[in-house]
Design a protein around this ligand. Structure first.
Ligand SMILES: Nc1ncnc2c1ncn2[C@@H]1O[C@H](COP(=O)(O)OP(=O)(O)OP(=O)(O)O)[C@@H](O)[C@H]1O
Ligand SMILES: [Mg+2]
Length: 260
């Protein structure tokens, strides 16, 4: 029977991604589609390949095989002979700019103020004028609750504040998709809430998000789908409510029992 669902182009379509480091296969054929406005939480034990997968999506790592298509544009593809090819460099960069990324360790520029951190990439990469970007940057800082810290340096901020600046900085490039790699793992527990609130707000605004996280409550309450990775494979991918109520795979069940 034909599907009644309208087939929209996925925001990210990753197919059979393989990646090895020094002979060890770290991703063993990972496939995932993300639709517009979806929030996908990626969970799984340490070393299962979560970060590597995320880093492959925006070309911080180069895949060995498989394909990555972002909003219908091919970043990487593998031919029948098994040769993986990337889009030409300028095009690959342009495609990857559709994705903003937030890291566990914030990665702010220490010598720049909060505002300068947020406007840096729009100025240098997009070539926007200061006049165009400063009001937008201020709006983003207001949104993450940090407009009062515009002139502060990262060393003068708490971890939670740094991470909210990092989120504002990623948003300043106007990405269509946000990738988060354990954005709260480096934070003291009392500071995770403010970062999760900012992420929850983004989700409510229908930002497409792929979030590697150990925050099971975020995965359960905010994500549309939860993906469990183990040993370089997606073991189980289910709507969040189902995944937590009724994990099917024994490895998922075992992991969730330890996490919850
Ligand atoms: N640059 C690298 N060089 C060599 N091995 C790497 C590199 N990056 C990751 N690995 C290895 O790949 C495997 C997957 O690592 P990855 O960081 O993707 O796991 P993860 O699921 O994100 O773990 P964690 O929850 O601890 O962040 C690990 O065995 C790791 O040691
Ligand atoms: Mg990781």
């Amino acid at each position: 029977m034909p599907s009644m669902k309208t087939e929209a182009v996925p925001m990210i379509s990753a197919r059979d991604i393989r990646k090895h480091f020094h002979g060890t296969e770290v991703l063993k054929g990972v496939s995932l589609d993300i639709g517009k406005g979806e929030v996908i939480a990626v969970i799984g034990p340490s070393g299962s390949g979560k970060s590597t997968f995320l880093r492959c999506l925006n070309h911080l790592e180069t895949i060995d095989a498989g394909s990555i298509v972002i909003e219908g544009e091919t970043l990487a593809t593998t031919d029948a002979a098994g040769h993986c090819r990337y889009a030409p460099e300028a095009e690959a960069r342009r495609i990857c700019r559709k994705m903003g990324m937030v890291f566990q360790q914030f990665n702010l520029f220490p010598h720049l103020t909060v505002l300068q951190n947020v406007i840096e990439a729009p100025l240098t990469v997009k070539g926007l004028s200061r006049d165009a970007i400063v009001p937008r940057a201020e709006e983003l800082l207001r949104k993450v609750g940090l407009i009062a810290k515009c002139g502060a340096y990262p060393s003068q901020l708490s971890g939670g504040q740094k991470q909210r600046v990092a989120i504002a900085r990623a948003l300043a490039m106007e990405p269509d998709i946000m990738l988060f790699d354990e954005p709260t793992s480096a934070l003291d527990p009392e500071l995770t809430g403010e970062v999760l609130r900012t992420m929850r707000q983004l989700a409510e605004e229908r930002m497409t998000m792929l979030v590697v996280t150990h925050e099971m409550s975020f995965a359960r309450d905010v994500s549309t789908e939860v993906v469990f990775m183990d040993h370089g494979e997606i073991v189980e991918a289910r709507p969040a409510a189902e995944m937590f109520a009724d994990p099917r795979h024994p490895r998922t069940r075992c992991f969730l029992e330890h996490m919850l």
